[in-house]
Design a protein around this ligand. Structure first.
Ligand SMILES: Cc1cc2nc3c(=O)[nH]c(=O)nc-3n(C[C@H](O)[C@H](O)[C@H](O)COP(=O)(O)O)c2cc1C
Length: 226
């Protein structure tokens, strides 16, 4: 039974605990085939994805966890995920999310060890059976990065239509070089993010806490209407 776009938008959320149930290749191929209709400036379609499951995914996870174990200096971010000193209101929204996430996980505010443990879950793709690694050519600029976002949201909504969940994960970009080496992707490209794909563990608190949004009128201004 198919769902409306509104339902897909409402039902999508970032899932951070997945069931191990596999996703068949024809399902994932169909979604990605449909998502090829995503718009991009000049129709340049600047996105690339490498979809892994099973052994190849385990190999990337093992390689990255090995780097993580070496300590923070082993992280070599491909790009700053947030600008240094990111101010209000963006930082406030980020803090609000962090509080909600750690509360759902029963991690205390000052429990840095607990926070680190959760961060590391990123590098297991939160237990998802599938992860797509998204790359973009370094020659491309901000408008094309925006296009990649169009593609990703199209994929995430189409996955929801199939009853499948996801979590976009910029965290992987901190170990972009390691991931790219595993995947045979050269330095001409950078790793933008991962997309963990699978079925949600519906009972997990981490998949059920509310993630508020700014009020519409804080974001959008309307002019010229009656
Ligand atoms: C491009 C992108 C990268 C993200 N990277 C991460 C990540 O590395 N780890 C994580 O736990 N969540 C990540 N998220 C999820 C966001 O935190 C989430 O989308 C936001 O808090 C809104 O919540 P919702 O997706 O549940 O509606 C990412 C989301 C996007 C769009």
């Amino acid at each position: 039974m198919s769902i409306s776009v509104s339902e897909a938008v409402a039902l999508r959320r970032s899932v951070r605990r997945f069931l191990p149930d596999p996703i068949p290749l024809p399902t994932i191929r169909r979604v990605l085939e449909q998502a090829m209709r995503a718009p991009s400036g000049g129709n340049v379609q600047p996105w690339n994805g490498i979809v892994l499951t099973g052994e190849p995914l385990n190999a990337v996870i093992a390689a990255v966890l090995k780097q993580v174990a070496l300590g923070p200096d082993a992280a070599k971010p491909e790009f700053p995920v947030y600008p240094p000193g990111m101010g209000s209101p963006w930082r406030d929204r980020q803090i609000t999310l962090g509080k909600a996430l750690y509360t759902a996980l029963h991690i205390e505010r000052h429990d840095m060890e607990g926070r680190h443990r959760q961060h590391i879950e990123n590098f297991r793709a939160f237990g998802a059976p599938v992860c797509m690694f998204v790359t973009i050519d370094r020659a491309l600029g901000p408008p094309q990065w925006g296009d990649v976002g169009m593609w990703l949201q199209t994929i995430m909504l189409l996955l929801r239509e199939q009853g499948i969940d996801s979590c976009a994960q910029e965290a992987w970009s901190a170990y972009g070089r390691t991931v790219r080496d595993c995947l045979g992707v050269g330095d001409e490209k950078l790793l933008y993010c991962g997309l963990a794909i699978g079925y949600r563990d519906g009972g997990a608190e981490v998949n059920n806490f509310p993630v508020p949004r700014a009020p519409l009128d804080e974001i959008v201004t309307f002019r010229g209407f009656e």
